[in-house]
Design a protein around this ligand. Structure first.
Ligand SMILES: [Zn+2]
Length: 163
């Protein structure tokens, strides 16, 4: 079976920057499982995977536009230090989970002063070219329910109860 819109695809992957530093890989977090055609993956990678089948490997280099997008200064915000009272050893470069209106996002602590903390909601690889190596582990047709929700249901259940 070839990857097409509404395929559920499972990938072994390795995400690297141009210096070959590994940022994420399936060795640590398990394979990526996604619904093809819904923009869940980096646009450049999703495009390359179209029409590929089980066992196929890809090694691609992507511009920021094809990967995590440009770095946006607007995504940096200053938050009063009081908001971080619970965080131990707050340091620049630290990754935190921040709760926003539409869920929890990973943010990076960009700057710490006595009164304010600047947090950066850009993806850590925003504005950078990246390299990705993937291997297609499995491909199946999505169920009607998955297509109507626009995401994959693993282990036969929907973890998003907001539908
Ligand atoms: Zn669902």
């Amino acid at each position: 079976m070839k990857i097409t819109n509404n395929s559920v695809v499972e990938l072994d992957y390795k995400l690297m920057d141009l210096n070959d530093k590994i940022w994420e890989s399936s060795d640590e977090g398990g394979p990526w499982v996604y619904l093809h055609g819904y923009g869940e993956l980096m646009p450049g990678l999703e495009e390359e995977l179209q029409g590929k089948g089980i066992g196929q490997k890809l090694k691609i280099e992507m511009s920021p536009e094809q990967a995590y997008g440009p770095y946006e200064e607007d995504l940096c915000t200053q938050v009063p230090m009081e908001a971080f009272a619970q965080v131990e050893n707050l340091t620049e470069g630290m990754r935190l989970a921040a709760e926003g209106q539409d869920g929890v996002h990973a943010v990076t602590v960009k700057k710490v002063t006595d009164d304010f903390v600047t947090i950066d909601a850009n993806h850590p690889l925003a504005g950078q070219s990246v390299k990705v190596e993937v291997k297609v582990l499995s491909v199946r047709q999505a169920t009607e329910e998955e297509i109507s929700h626009g995401h994959v249901h693993q282990h036969d259940s929907c973890k998003n109860h907001h539908h």
